[in-house]
Design a binder for this molecule. Structure first.
Ligand code: 6PG
Length: 236
């Protein structure tokens, strides 16, 4: 597991994550001419999207970026439950020149997962999988990431890229999610977590034998951890 980078507060974390995202995506565009960024929902990424919208819109050729989302709740497209809607309001509406692959999240989870799998096939591929140049992951207080929940069918190994999720322990119950298998083609994964509510689960995730979804995702992708001091309080 990588040693986490710890910031004094959420604003410092958001500033660093924004700068890092722009740098990683810029390098990917230089290398491949296009880049794919897998977005995360949740309040910590949202603060960073705001920071990018404030300070970095002129730092990248956004027409070369494709945005996808790592997981989505099944809900009407304009619902406050929609992860996409939240990211749209904070970041995506500022960059209409980008390409967006949005899940059919107003449809049943099986249909939305199958459709999103087909949408991902349009992305540049690497070793038979979509090449994700940057993946952002959040951490739930139960150790979930994406919509892969601990001790739940969603965290069983699979060869599918996108899975339907039912009976999620965190509402809403129906969702779709990238699988861990889908992350195997990832170039850079960054985990963002802030606040005292994350301290205990991060301590569990950093235990050597942890099988929490966030721990498995971190190990599989050699992820970089960006934490604030409150979230990191039980690590050392
Ligand atoms: C969801 C949320 C969820 C979130 C984590 C971390 O779909 O229910 O997006 O997975 O990412 O709970 O959220 P915070 O960054 O707000 O702590």
């Amino acid at each position: 597991m990588q040693t986490p980078t710890i910031f004094a507060d959420t604003q410092a974390l958001a500033d660093a994550a924004a700068a890092q995202a722009i740098a990683v995506l810029g390098e990917a565009i230089a290398a491949h001419s296009r880049a794919t960024w897998v977005l995360a929902g949740g309040s910590t990424p949202m603060q960073t999207y705001r920071r990018i919208a404030e300070a970095y819109l002129d730092k990248l050729d956004w027409s070369r970026i494709t945005f996808i989302i790592g997981d989505e709740r099944i809900a009407p497209l304009d619902s406050p439950d929609s992860n996409w809607q939240a990211v749209e309001q904070t970041l995506l509406r500022h960059i209409p020149s980008a390409t967006f692959l949005r899940p059919l999240s107003d449809q049943p989870a099986e249909l939305a997962a199958a459709d999103y799998t087909q949408q991902l096939a349009r992305l540049p591929q690497h070793a038979g999988l979509p090449r994700f140049d940057l993946v952002w992951l959040g951490v739930g207080e139960d150790g979930h990431t994406l919509s892969l929940f601990p001790d739940h069918p969603s965290s069983q190994p699979t060869n599918q890229l996108v899975i339907p999720v039912h009976d999620a322990p965190k509402p809403p119950a129906d969702r779709i999610s990238l699988s861990l298998h889908a992350l195997s083609g990832t170039q850079q994964t960054t985990i963002l977590a802030a606040g005292a509510g994350k301290a205990a689960i991060l301590q569990a995730a950093f235990a050597p034998d942890s099988t929490l979804p966030i721990a498995e995702a971190a190990l599989r992708t050699n992820a970089q951890w960006l934490l604030d001091t409150a979230a990191a309080a039980m690590l050392y």
